[in-house]
Design a protein around this ligand. Structure first.
Ligand code: TYM
Length: 329
Protein backbone atom coordinates (compact mmCIF):
# COMPACT_ATOMS: atom_id res chain seq x y z
CA UNK A 1 0.00 0.00 0.00
CA UNK A 2 1.26 3.48 -0.88
CA UNK A 3 0.40 6.41 1.35
CA UNK A 4 -0.49 9.95 0.27
CA UNK A 5 -0.61 12.91 2.66
CA UNK A 6 -1.41 16.54 2.07
CA UNK A 7 -2.77 19.53 3.97
CA UNK A 8 -4.47 22.87 3.44
CA UNK A 9 -4.77 25.80 5.82
CA UNK A 10 -8.28 26.88 6.78
CA UNK A 11 -7.45 30.55 6.31
CA UNK A 12 -9.15 32.86 3.80
CA UNK A 13 -11.17 31.58 0.86
CA UNK A 14 -9.39 28.93 -1.21
CA UNK A 15 -8.43 29.97 -4.74
CA UNK A 16 -7.99 28.50 -8.16
CA UNK A 17 -4.30 28.17 -7.20
CA UNK A 18 -5.18 25.80 -4.35
CA UNK A 19 -7.55 23.92 -6.63
CA UNK A 20 -5.25 23.45 -9.61
CA UNK A 21 -2.00 23.09 -7.66
CA UNK A 22 -3.34 20.69 -5.08
CA UNK A 23 -7.02 19.84 -4.52
CA UNK A 24 -7.66 18.54 -8.02
CA UNK A 25 -4.79 16.08 -7.65
CA UNK A 26 -5.85 15.11 -4.15
CA UNK A 27 -9.04 13.78 -5.57
CA UNK A 28 -7.38 12.10 -8.59
CA UNK A 29 -4.80 10.32 -6.42
CA UNK A 30 -7.44 8.36 -4.53
CA UNK A 31 -7.09 4.82 -5.87
CA UNK A 32 -7.16 1.14 -5.10
CA UNK A 33 -3.49 0.75 -4.21
CA UNK A 34 -3.15 4.05 -2.35
CA UNK A 35 -4.51 5.31 0.93
CA UNK A 36 -4.80 9.08 1.26
CA UNK A 37 -4.70 11.24 4.38
CA UNK A 38 -6.06 14.73 3.76
CA UNK A 39 -5.76 17.19 6.58
CA UNK A 40 -7.13 20.64 7.39
CA UNK A 41 -4.09 22.09 9.13
CA UNK A 42 -5.64 24.39 11.73
CA UNK A 43 -2.48 24.28 13.89
CA UNK A 44 -0.47 25.77 11.04
CA UNK A 45 -3.04 28.55 10.67
CA UNK A 46 -2.44 29.93 14.18
CA UNK A 47 1.07 31.03 13.24
CA UNK A 48 -0.91 34.10 12.15
CA UNK A 49 -3.34 35.45 14.75
CA UNK A 50 -6.88 34.19 14.15
CA UNK A 51 -10.33 34.84 15.51
CA UNK A 52 -11.17 31.63 17.44
CA UNK A 53 -14.78 31.22 16.31
CA UNK A 54 -13.97 32.06 12.71
CA UNK A 55 -11.10 29.55 12.66
CA UNK A 56 -13.32 26.74 13.95
CA UNK A 57 -16.00 27.59 11.41
CA UNK A 58 -13.53 27.80 8.52
CA UNK A 59 -11.97 24.45 9.39
CA UNK A 60 -15.38 22.80 8.99
CA UNK A 61 -16.04 24.77 5.81
CA UNK A 62 -12.73 23.52 4.43
CA UNK A 63 -13.72 19.93 5.23
CA UNK A 64 -16.97 20.50 3.29
CA UNK A 65 -15.04 22.02 0.39
CA UNK A 66 -12.67 19.06 0.19
CA UNK A 67 -15.58 16.64 -0.02
CA UNK A 68 -17.20 18.87 -2.67
CA UNK A 69 -13.92 18.75 -4.63
CA UNK A 70 -14.09 14.97 -4.77
CA UNK A 71 -12.40 13.69 -1.62
CA UNK A 72 -14.29 10.58 -0.60
CA UNK A 73 -14.24 10.40 3.21
CA UNK A 74 -14.85 6.67 3.11
CA UNK A 75 -11.92 5.89 0.81
CA UNK A 76 -9.61 8.48 2.43
CA UNK A 77 -9.08 9.79 5.95
CA UNK A 78 -10.23 13.42 5.99
CA UNK A 79 -9.50 15.10 9.29
CA UNK A 80 -8.59 18.21 11.25
CA UNK A 81 -4.97 18.38 12.41
CA UNK A 82 -5.60 19.48 16.01
CA UNK A 83 -7.80 16.41 16.58
CA UNK A 84 -4.76 14.13 16.18
CA UNK A 85 -2.33 15.15 18.96
CA UNK A 86 0.49 13.02 17.48
CA UNK A 87 1.21 15.88 15.03
CA UNK A 88 2.24 18.23 17.83
CA UNK A 89 4.04 15.47 19.70
CA UNK A 90 6.18 14.33 16.77
CA UNK A 91 6.85 17.94 15.89
CA UNK A 92 8.67 18.44 19.21
CA UNK A 93 10.94 15.44 18.68
CA UNK A 94 11.70 16.60 15.13
CA UNK A 95 12.42 20.13 16.38
CA UNK A 96 15.23 18.58 18.40
CA UNK A 97 16.60 17.10 15.17
CA UNK A 98 16.36 20.21 12.98
CA UNK A 99 18.95 22.97 12.69
CA UNK A 100 18.25 26.67 13.16
CA UNK A 101 20.34 27.30 10.04
CA UNK A 102 18.17 25.18 7.74
CA UNK A 103 14.96 26.73 9.08
CA UNK A 104 16.26 30.26 8.61
CA UNK A 105 16.76 29.56 4.88
CA UNK A 106 13.05 28.89 4.27
CA UNK A 107 11.69 31.46 1.84
CA UNK A 108 8.13 31.22 3.17
CA UNK A 109 9.41 32.10 6.64
CA UNK A 110 11.20 35.15 5.26
CA UNK A 111 8.08 36.21 3.31
CA UNK A 112 5.80 35.77 6.32
CA UNK A 113 8.17 37.76 8.55
CA UNK A 114 8.03 40.60 6.04
CA UNK A 115 4.21 40.46 5.91
CA UNK A 116 3.57 40.06 9.66
CA UNK A 117 6.38 42.16 11.11
CA UNK A 118 4.33 42.76 14.28
CA UNK A 119 4.07 39.03 15.08
CA UNK A 120 7.26 37.15 14.19
CA UNK A 121 6.59 34.24 16.52
CA UNK A 122 8.57 31.02 17.02
CA UNK A 123 5.75 29.03 15.39
CA UNK A 124 6.41 30.79 12.08
CA UNK A 125 10.01 29.65 12.35
CA UNK A 126 9.26 26.02 13.25
CA UNK A 127 6.31 25.77 10.84
CA UNK A 128 8.24 23.45 8.43
CA UNK A 129 8.97 21.04 11.30
CA UNK A 130 5.26 20.66 12.09
CA UNK A 131 4.73 20.11 8.38
CA UNK A 132 7.45 17.44 8.35
CA UNK A 133 5.71 15.77 11.31
CA UNK A 134 2.39 15.82 9.39
CA UNK A 135 3.97 14.00 6.48
CA UNK A 136 6.32 11.60 8.28
CA UNK A 137 3.69 10.32 10.76
CA UNK A 138 1.93 8.45 7.95
CA UNK A 139 4.99 6.85 6.28
CA UNK A 140 4.00 8.93 3.28
CA UNK A 141 5.16 8.11 -0.25
CA UNK A 142 3.61 11.05 -2.11
CA UNK A 143 2.76 14.62 -1.12
CA UNK A 144 0.60 16.41 -3.72
CA UNK A 145 1.32 20.16 -3.43
CA UNK A 146 1.96 23.29 -5.46
CA UNK A 147 5.46 24.58 -6.27
CA UNK A 148 5.45 26.93 -3.26
CA UNK A 149 5.67 23.94 -0.89
CA UNK A 150 8.65 22.32 -2.63
CA UNK A 151 11.21 23.69 -0.17
CA UNK A 152 9.13 22.40 2.75
CA UNK A 153 9.02 18.91 1.25
CA UNK A 154 12.81 19.03 0.82
CA UNK A 155 13.34 19.83 4.49
CA UNK A 156 10.91 17.06 5.51
CA UNK A 157 13.04 14.65 3.45
CA UNK A 158 16.25 15.97 5.03
CA UNK A 159 14.83 15.56 8.54
CA UNK A 160 13.64 12.00 7.76
CA UNK A 161 17.03 10.98 6.36
CA UNK A 162 18.88 12.53 9.31
CA UNK A 163 16.63 10.79 11.84
CA UNK A 164 16.94 7.43 10.05
CA UNK A 165 20.73 7.76 10.01
CA UNK A 166 20.87 8.59 13.69
CA UNK A 167 18.32 6.11 15.06
CA UNK A 168 17.78 3.46 12.36
CA UNK A 169 15.08 3.21 9.65
CA UNK A 170 12.01 4.89 11.15
CA UNK A 171 10.50 7.10 8.46
CA UNK A 172 9.78 6.63 4.79
CA UNK A 173 11.39 9.43 2.78
CA UNK A 174 8.51 11.18 0.94
CA UNK A 175 8.38 12.58 -2.60
CA UNK A 176 6.56 15.75 -3.66
CA UNK A 177 3.92 15.42 -6.40
CA UNK A 178 3.69 18.69 -8.32
CA UNK A 179 1.61 19.14 -11.50
CA UNK A 180 3.60 19.92 -14.65
CA UNK A 181 1.29 22.80 -15.54
CA UNK A 182 -0.59 24.66 -12.83
CA UNK A 183 1.89 23.90 -10.03
CA UNK A 184 2.21 27.64 -9.65
CA UNK A 185 -0.92 29.51 -10.72
CA UNK A 186 -0.08 33.19 -11.04
CA UNK A 187 -2.07 36.30 -10.12
CA UNK A 188 -4.41 37.43 -12.90
CA UNK A 189 -3.36 41.04 -12.27
CA UNK A 190 0.38 40.55 -11.80
CA UNK A 191 1.54 37.33 -13.48
CA UNK A 192 4.96 37.67 -11.83
CA UNK A 193 3.30 36.91 -8.45
CA UNK A 194 1.73 33.70 -7.21
CA UNK A 195 -2.09 33.70 -7.05
CA UNK A 196 -2.86 34.14 -3.38
CA UNK A 197 -6.00 34.40 -1.26
CA UNK A 198 -4.33 37.19 0.72
CA UNK A 199 -3.90 39.39 -2.37
CA UNK A 200 -5.40 42.79 -1.44
CA UNK A 201 -6.60 43.12 -5.06
CA UNK A 202 -9.53 40.64 -5.42
CA UNK A 203 -9.15 40.74 -9.23
CA UNK A 204 -5.80 38.98 -8.81
CA UNK A 205 -7.35 35.72 -7.66
CA UNK A 206 -10.39 33.59 -8.44
CA UNK A 207 -11.91 32.11 -5.30
CA UNK A 208 -13.36 28.61 -5.70
CA UNK A 209 -16.64 30.07 -4.42
CA UNK A 210 -16.77 33.05 -6.83
CA UNK A 211 -20.02 33.21 -8.83
CA UNK A 212 -19.88 32.56 -12.60
CA UNK A 213 -20.32 36.30 -13.32
CA UNK A 214 -17.41 37.21 -11.07
CA UNK A 215 -15.20 34.47 -12.53
CA UNK A 216 -15.88 35.69 -16.07
CA UNK A 217 -15.24 39.31 -15.10
CA UNK A 218 -11.94 38.47 -13.39
CA UNK A 219 -10.67 36.48 -16.38
CA UNK A 220 -11.75 39.23 -18.79
CA UNK A 221 -9.64 41.68 -16.80
CA UNK A 222 -6.60 39.38 -16.68
CA UNK A 223 -3.34 41.08 -17.60
CA UNK A 224 -1.76 39.67 -20.80
CA UNK A 225 0.65 41.39 -23.24
CA UNK A 226 0.53 43.27 -26.49
CA UNK A 227 1.95 40.85 -29.07
CA UNK A 228 -1.36 39.10 -29.67
CA UNK A 229 -0.05 35.55 -30.17
CA UNK A 230 -1.31 32.68 -28.03
CA UNK A 231 1.65 30.46 -27.14
CA UNK A 232 3.15 28.95 -23.99
CA UNK A 233 6.20 30.96 -22.99
CA UNK A 234 6.14 31.66 -19.22
CA UNK A 235 9.24 33.85 -19.33
CA UNK A 236 8.20 36.26 -22.07
CA UNK A 237 4.42 35.83 -21.94
CA UNK A 238 3.60 35.08 -18.27
CA UNK A 239 -0.03 36.24 -18.40
CA UNK A 240 -1.01 34.23 -21.49
CA UNK A 241 0.99 31.19 -20.29
CA UNK A 242 -0.84 31.32 -16.96
CA UNK A 243 -4.21 31.30 -18.73
CA UNK A 244 -3.10 28.40 -20.91
CA UNK A 245 -1.93 26.41 -17.86
CA UNK A 246 -5.28 26.93 -16.14
CA UNK A 247 -7.06 25.93 -19.35
CA UNK A 248 -5.11 22.66 -19.74
CA UNK A 249 -5.75 21.74 -16.10
CA UNK A 250 -9.49 22.23 -16.42
CA UNK A 251 -9.86 20.54 -19.81
CA UNK A 252 -7.25 17.78 -19.30
CA UNK A 253 -5.80 18.80 -22.68
CA UNK A 254 -2.10 18.66 -23.46
CA UNK A 255 -0.38 22.04 -23.84
CA UNK A 256 0.27 21.39 -27.57
CA UNK A 257 -3.40 20.63 -28.21
CA UNK A 258 -4.53 23.69 -26.27
CA UNK A 259 -2.14 25.99 -28.13
CA UNK A 260 -3.27 24.46 -31.44
CA UNK A 261 -6.93 24.98 -30.50
CA UNK A 262 -6.31 28.72 -30.03
CA UNK A 263 -4.23 29.19 -33.18
CA UNK A 264 -5.29 32.39 -34.93
CA UNK A 265 -7.69 33.37 -32.12
CA UNK A 266 -7.51 36.49 -29.96
CA UNK A 267 -6.89 36.99 -26.25
CA UNK A 268 -10.57 37.82 -25.70
CA UNK A 269 -11.48 34.36 -26.91
CA UNK A 270 -8.81 32.70 -24.74
CA UNK A 271 -10.09 34.54 -21.65
CA UNK A 272 -13.73 33.58 -22.12
CA UNK A 273 -12.86 29.95 -22.97
CA UNK A 274 -10.74 29.62 -19.83
CA UNK A 275 -13.45 31.24 -17.73
CA UNK A 276 -16.07 28.86 -19.17
CA UNK A 277 -13.94 25.76 -18.47
CA UNK A 278 -13.44 26.94 -14.88
CA UNK A 279 -17.14 27.78 -14.38
CA UNK A 280 -18.24 24.39 -15.80
CA UNK A 281 -16.08 22.50 -13.32
CA UNK A 282 -16.62 24.72 -10.28
CA UNK A 283 -20.42 25.08 -10.49
CA UNK A 284 -21.16 21.53 -9.24
CA UNK A 285 -18.41 21.90 -6.60
CA UNK A 286 -20.12 25.04 -5.29
CA UNK A 287 -23.55 23.39 -5.22
CA UNK A 288 -22.24 20.36 -3.34
CA UNK A 289 -20.38 22.61 -0.89
CA UNK A 290 -23.56 24.50 -0.03
CA UNK A 291 -25.50 21.28 0.41
CA UNK A 292 -22.84 19.84 2.74
CA UNK A 293 -22.70 22.94 4.91
CA UNK A 294 -26.34 22.37 5.80
CA UNK A 295 -25.44 18.91 7.10
CA UNK A 296 -23.22 19.61 10.11
CA UNK A 297 -24.04 16.22 11.65
CA UNK A 298 -22.54 14.48 8.62
CA UNK A 299 -19.46 16.72 8.65
CA UNK A 300 -18.97 15.97 12.35
CA UNK A 301 -19.12 12.23 11.63
CA UNK A 302 -16.57 12.64 8.84
CA UNK A 303 -14.00 14.42 11.00
CA UNK A 304 -14.46 12.09 13.98
CA UNK A 305 -13.94 9.01 11.87
CA UNK A 306 -11.12 10.66 9.87
CA UNK A 307 -9.30 11.60 13.07
CA UNK A 308 -9.59 8.14 14.57
CA UNK A 309 -8.31 6.45 11.39
CA UNK A 310 -5.44 8.94 11.18
CA UNK A 311 -4.58 8.63 14.88
CA UNK A 312 -4.23 4.87 14.61
CA UNK A 313 -1.50 5.12 11.96
CA UNK A 314 0.09 8.23 13.48
CA UNK A 315 0.36 6.71 16.95
CA UNK A 316 2.18 3.66 15.59
CA UNK A 317 4.87 5.90 14.10
CA UNK A 318 5.01 8.10 17.19
CA UNK A 319 5.48 5.07 19.45
CA UNK A 320 8.41 3.88 17.32
CA UNK A 321 9.95 7.37 17.42
CA UNK A 322 9.59 7.69 21.20
CA UNK A 323 11.22 4.30 21.57
CA UNK A 324 14.15 5.35 19.34
CA UNK A 325 14.88 8.50 21.31
CA UNK A 326 14.21 7.03 24.75
CA UNK A 327 10.93 8.66 25.73
CA UNK A 328 8.45 6.71 27.85
CA UNK A 329 5.42 8.22 26.09
P1 TYM B 1 -1.78 26.27 1.66
O1 TYM B 1 -2.95 26.15 2.58
O2 TYM B 1 -1.16 27.61 1.49
O3 TYM B 1 -2.16 25.75 0.23
C1 TYM B 1 -2.76 24.47 -0.02
C2 TYM B 1 -2.19 23.89 -1.29
O4 TYM B 1 -2.43 24.78 -2.40
C3 TYM B 1 -1.21 24.98 -3.12
N1 TYM B 1 -1.23 26.34 -3.70
C4 TYM B 1 -0.98 26.60 -4.99
N2 TYM B 1 -0.71 25.79 -6.03
C5 TYM B 1 -0.52 26.38 -7.24
N3 TYM B 1 -0.61 27.72 -7.45
C6 TYM B 1 -0.88 28.57 -6.43
N4 TYM B 1 -0.98 29.89 -6.66
C7 TYM B 1 -1.09 28.01 -5.12
N5 TYM B 1 -1.38 28.55 -3.91
C8 TYM B 1 -1.46 27.51 -3.04
C9 TYM B 1 -0.12 24.84 -2.08
O5 TYM B 1 1.13 24.52 -2.68
C10 TYM B 1 -0.66 23.70 -1.23
O6 TYM B 1 -0.33 22.46 -1.81
N6 TYM B 1 2.06 24.50 4.39
C11 TYM B 1 0.91 24.12 3.56
C12 TYM B 1 -0.08 23.23 4.28
C13 TYM B 1 0.52 22.00 4.87
C14 TYM B 1 0.93 20.83 4.16
C15 TYM B 1 1.38 19.93 5.16
C16 TYM B 1 0.97 20.50 2.81
C17 TYM B 1 0.72 21.76 6.20
N7 TYM B 1 1.22 20.53 6.38
C18 TYM B 1 1.90 18.67 4.82
C19 TYM B 1 1.48 19.23 2.47
C20 TYM B 1 1.91 18.35 3.45
C21 TYM B 1 0.18 25.38 3.14
O7 TYM B 1 0.25 26.40 3.77
O8 TYM B 1 -0.66 25.20 2.06
Amino acid sequence: MKYVFSGIQPSGSPTLGNYVGALRNWSLLQGEDRFCYYCVVDMHAITVRQDAEALKRRSMETVALLIACGIDPVKSALFIQSQVPAHAELSWVLCCNTYMGELSRMTQYKDKCAKHADNINAGLFTYPVLMAADILLYQTDLVPVGVDQKQHIEIARDIAIRFNNAYGETFKVPEGFIPKFGGRVMSLQDPAQKMSKSDPNPNGFVAIMDTPDVILKKFKRAVTDSDGEIRYDPENKPGVSNLLSIYTSFTDMSMEDAVAAFAGKGYGNLKTEVAQAVIDELTPVQQEYKRLLDDQAYLNDVIQSGASRAAKHANETLRAVYDCVGLHG
